[in-house]
Design a protein around this ligand. Structure first.
Ligand code: SF4
Ligand code: SF4
Length: 176
């Protein structure tokens, strides 16, 4: 019985090697051949635009608050029509761990992952990407979403003066 087990144990690896030799290889000749990454792969980040071509980012800082390594920074500013945007937006890819938490936190779907993974370099400063480097001309994975069509830009009238709104309650008037 133990002889049979030894023979089997010797022949089985040869059989597995033979099968692998005859099967299709899974390796690719990188970098000449590039692998197509899966749709959910978390690579380099980008800043996308809404269907009107406007920047989606409203500089709410939620992505930087969610980032576990503090590699996102920005400065918020406001356009004349009340629309917020980032005057500058910076991601330090030397620190980014590509966890995707910033994309989960973003309410406007502005920050999204790409399938790009070739970020290695010798100069760390080249891995600090500014808004001009990050901003793309499309909507990324969800091109039809427009945050401002859902949330509006500003309240048109004071509280209580809009057509379907009740006047605000004065809490002091509720005191006994
Ligand atoms: S992917 Fe993760 S580490 Fe990179 S910027 Fe987003 S939250 Fe930070
Ligand atoms: S990318 Fe998204 S979460 Fe980050 S500041 Fe802009 S809107 Fe807010």
């Amino acid at each position: 019985m133990s002889l049979w087990r030894d023979i089997k144990g010797t022949l089985q690896p040869f059989w597995i090697t033979l099968c692998k030799m005859l099967s299709r290889p899974v390796t690719v000749q990188y970098p000449e051949q590039k692998q197509q990454m899966t749709p959910r792969y978390r690579g380099r980040l980008m800043l996308t635009r809404d269907p009107d071509g406007q920047e989606r980012c409203v500089a709410c800082h939620l992505c930087s608050a969610a980032c576990p390594v503090d590699c996102i920074s920005m400065q918020a500013t406001e356009a004349e029509d009340g629309r917020r945007y980032a005057a500058w937006f910076r991601i330090n890819f030397t620190r980014c761990i590509f966890c995707g938490l910033c994309t989960e936190a973003c309410p406007t779907l502005a920050i999204q992952v790409t399938g790009e993974f070739e970020l290695a370099g010798r100069d760390p400063l080249k891995l600090v990407w500014e808004k001009e480097d990050l901003l793309v001309d499309h909507g990324g994975h969800d091109p039809d979403y427009n945050f401002y069509r859902q949330a509006g830009i500003a309240v048109a009238a004071p509280r209580g003066a809009n057509p379907t709104e009740s006047p605000p309650v004065d809490p002091k008037g509720l005191l006994p």
